[in-house]
Write a protein that binds this ligand. Structure first.
Ligand code: A2P
Length: 274
């Protein structure tokens, strides 16, 4: 398993298990850890932190072998709420630190400026209970503002990336700033597995469509967090380190990018509006 270095001095496993919309997160996390995942991604918004914590304990895998991420929910951007809800997340998860804490969405229209939210995240990092801090769904303007105001660069920006929405400009910007990109919805919520180009490459390599898309993300250098509740799919999604896509395969997958038309969620400037 590749580890990518973060600007915090810690390292993140390049492949993790997503838990958004998991139907049975305790069982999914326990089975994911049995399969070999050592990076689990959750969020206050998913309302599953308690179950994720139970899954971790049920697996018997020691806490210090797991990279655990959670995220600040949108109603909690005010500094006092950041502190309070971070403590609540630790309690629900049953841990005394997380490896990565992210601002989930920037909400530039919110009454709290996300720059002030970021300043509070820095306090949590300094306390040692969030070993690294970062953001999610921040575009270049948002990143520029928090970096210029505080001098602290997020370790990670977790953003929407999948073959029909390759998000290359923002990924390039993050790379230049030393920010690791994590791709959320890496399989396009499962909807991109039937694309003819994906199927053709999968058949040629005798691999599943999901393995091909995950391999594309890994070869682009991003962290990837596919969600699956199914132990067999968790296992095959994890088995992506023993084959390689050719430059032609990568080009064919890159050609699926539809720019803004491929985006599946609202633009980060709008997400979370009433
Ligand atoms: P399931 O949990 O039943 O496996 P994303 O990570 O892009 O949001 O995609 C998650 C969706 O893709 C879920 O619906 C998940 O369903 C499905 N999925 C994950 N891995 C695979 C796979 N290897 N083959 C088919 N569907 C998959």
């Amino acid at each position: 398993m590749e580890l990518l270095q973060l600007n915090s001095g810690t390292a993140i496993p390049q492949l993790g298990l997503g838990t958004s919309k998991s139907g049975e997160p305790d069982r999914a996390v326990a089975s994911g850890l049995e399969v070999g995942y050592r990076h689990i991604d959750t969020a206050q918004m998913y309302q599953n932190e308690t179950a994720v914590g139970e899954g971790i304990r049920a697996s018997g895998v020691p806490r210090d072998e797991i990279f655990l991420t959670t995220k600040l929910h949108n109603p909690h951007h005010a500094p006092e709420d950041v502190h309070r809800t971070f403590e609540e997340s630790l309690q629900r998860l049953g841990v005394d630190y997380v490896d990565l804490f992210l601002i989930h969405w920037p909400m530039p229209f919110d009454k709290t400026d996300y720059v002030d939210t970021w300043r509070t995240m820095i306090e949590l990092r300094d306390s040692g209970r969030a070993r690294a801090i970062g953001v999610s769904n921040f575009v270049q303007d948002h990143l520029d503002r928090i970096i210029e105001a505080t001098g602290v660069t997020p370790a990670v920006n977790q953003i929407e990336v999948h073959p029909t929405f390759a998000n290359n400009e923002l990924r390039q910007y993050c790379r230049e700033r030393g920010i690791v990109v994590t791709a959320w919805s890496p399989l396009g919520k499962g909807d991109e597995l039937d694309l003819p180009a994906v199927r053709e490459i999968a058949e040629r390599h005798d691999r599943t469509p999901a393995q091909v898309i995950l391999r594309w993300h890994l070869q682009r250098g991003d962290v990837v967090i596919p969600k699956s509740d199914n132990p067999e799919r968790q296992r095959s999604n994890f088995d992506v380190f023993s084959f390689e896509l050719s430059p032609n395969d990568m080009d064919a997958l890159d050609a699926l990018d539809r720019g803004e038309d491929g985006r599946r969620s609202p633009h980060p400037n709008d997400f979370g509006k009433e």
